[in-house]
Design a protein around this ligand. Structure first.
Ligand SMILES: [Zn+2]
Length: 487
């Protein structure tokens, strides 16, 4: 058997003013052909799982493009066209294939094109005719009818933090193999209830998404059920199809797929209030962290999560920490290439005064003028060691630790979510000895920080990944929808 394999992933926050072009893909991930296999083999990613499953079952792979960029504003028309053309050209040149494996995000919005993956999958379908296509999608995919119709199988992550990417990649490859061999003939039910769950209410450790996945797990054990995905959706994309969706695949049994999908939707709707979420204001959160006995306490800057398209450069929590004179505290990480370059140029040990953060979006706070000592400088290369993306190489670009009083600020050049304590360790700080750790992340930090944190406090600071959806003006999402409308 021989499968084509490729990846194009972006989570687009349509409220963001940060563009996503070729340079942003180059900064994160842009690999071609055999490089894809080298970069992702033995990693905790969907591609890692697909490659492992192919090796285990003797399936040959025809690798194409693998491209991912940090979540931000719309993907440029030019880069999307380039990536799509490359994938289609590789498909046409691939020779005999039995199936197509794609690792997509599902919430990619392109300039002038709201449903990026729907457009891409339609083009792939037109290219390969009846060949089966299996796709892994992020838990935050805003799934559309076009994606469902063009693909044979969609496999969404079942966890947030996303710790099952490798498992989903394996599953997609193995189910595709079943379809090719004629063991499974998929019958699909897709539902889009009027629900737009905020990010902070989507974790799968507890709450409504846990309830939905417990139900889905029980359903998946029934004979004839192939796979079930409940997509929480990405709410900060103001497009028609944003929000939660349910996707059920059975083997030659449409009525069962429909019945299971309806039951999942009824459950999501009945528990919709549980998706709503409140975090502590900045002053109260910092005061509570300072009053804690045990260390470290994690202050989660959930609204400035670059993983949700926020800038990663807001300074509200840092400002308050300095105001109250916090010590043994690390802020990880503030995205400010200019400040990082100034610190690197000054060198370790130098003292300098500079403006840090607050440079992207004035509505979320101003830059902070700091005078501090450069503690360490680095090229920003590290390896993820936590449950998410284990083994994958991370790049933060030129990176400096600026020490201001008792607060160490990690300033980075590439936007990156703080989801692994390794992003603190690699610059010479032991996160477990700190009193307070500020992380810019909504949920993902929990996978690797919960085991070391004595307490976690979610902070309601300003930012583009806020879970208070009333702060955003939506004009394109289908209405009415909960919680924007009282249904
Ligand atoms: Zn996600």
């Amino acid at each position: 058997m021989r499968f084509f394999v490729g990846m194009l992933a972006h989570e687009t926050n349509t409220f963001s003013t940060i563009p996503t072009g070729r340079a942003e893909f180059e900064a994160r991930d842009l690999h071609y052909g055999g490089e894809l296999l080298e970069a992702y083999r033995d990693t905790g990613t969907c591609l890692g799982g697909m490659i492992a499953a192919a090796a285990a079952h003797g399936i040959a792979l025809a690798p194409s493009l693998a491209a991912a960029a940090a979540p931000a504003g719309r993907v440029s028309k030019d880069f999307y066209a380039e990536a799509k053309d490359r994938l289609l050209a590789d498909l046409r040149a691939a020779g005999r294939l039995d199936g197509v494996l794609l690792d997509l995000h599902g919430a990619m919005v392109v300039e002038g094109l709201d449903d990026g993956e729907g457009d891409l999958l339609r083009a792939v379908r037109a290219c390969v005719g009846a060949l089966p296509i299996a796709v892994t999608l992020d838990f935050h995919a805003n799934v559309t009818r076009a994606m469902v119709e063009a693909a044979t199988l969609l496999h969404g992550y079942k966890t947030y933090p996303h710790v099952d990417m490798e498992a989903r990649g394996r599953e997609a490859a193995e189910r595709l193999r079943d379809v090719v061999a004629g063991r499974v003939r998929p019958t699909v039910a897709f539902r889009q209830p009027p629900l737009l769950p905020p990010i902070a209410g989507q974790l799968t450790a507890r709450g409504p998404m846990r309830r939905l996945y417990d139900l889905a797990d029980a359903m998946e054990r029934r004979p004839g059920v192939v796979s079930i995905s409940v997509f929480a959706g990405f709410p900060l994309a103001d497009i028609h199809d944003a929000g939660l969706s349910v996707y059920v695949v059975t083997d030659r049994d449409q009525p069962m797929a429909d019945a299971l999908a309806d039951e999942l939707v009824e459950t999501a709707w009945a528990h919709r209030q549980e998706f709503l979420h409140t975090a502590l204001p900045v002053e109260a959160a910092v005061a509570r962290a300072l009053a804690a006995d045990a260390r470290p306490v994690v202050l989660a800057d959930i609204a400035d999560n670059t993983g949700g398209g926020a800038a990663g450069d807001t300074t509200g929590i840092l400002r308050e920490l300095l105001r109250v004179g916090a010590t043994d505290t690390t802020v990880a990480c503030i995205w400010d290439p200019k400040a990082a370059a100034a610190c690197v140029a000054a060198g370790a040990g130098a003292t300098l005064t500079l403006d840090v953060g607050g440079k992207i979006d004035p509505s979320h706070g101003a830059p902070l003028r700091l005078t501090g000592r450069v503690r360490t400088v680095s090229d920003g290369r590290f390896v993820y060691k936590g449950p998410m993306m284990r083994g994958l190489a991370g790049r933060l670009g030129p990176t400096a630790v600026l020490e201001v009083g008792g607060v160490k600020v990690i300033v980075v050049s590439h936007r990156s979510q703080t989801l692994d304590p390794e992003m603190i360790r690699f610059v010479g700080i032991d996160p477990e000895r700190e009193r307070i750790l500020v992380v810019k992340s909504s949920i993902h930090y929990r996978a690797a920080f919960e085991p070391i944190a004595r307490e976690i406090i979610e902070v309601d600071a300003p930012g583009l990944s806020s879970s208070n959806l009333a702060r955003f003006s939506f004009t394109h999402v289908r209405r009415p929808i909960f919680p924007l409308d009282s249904l």
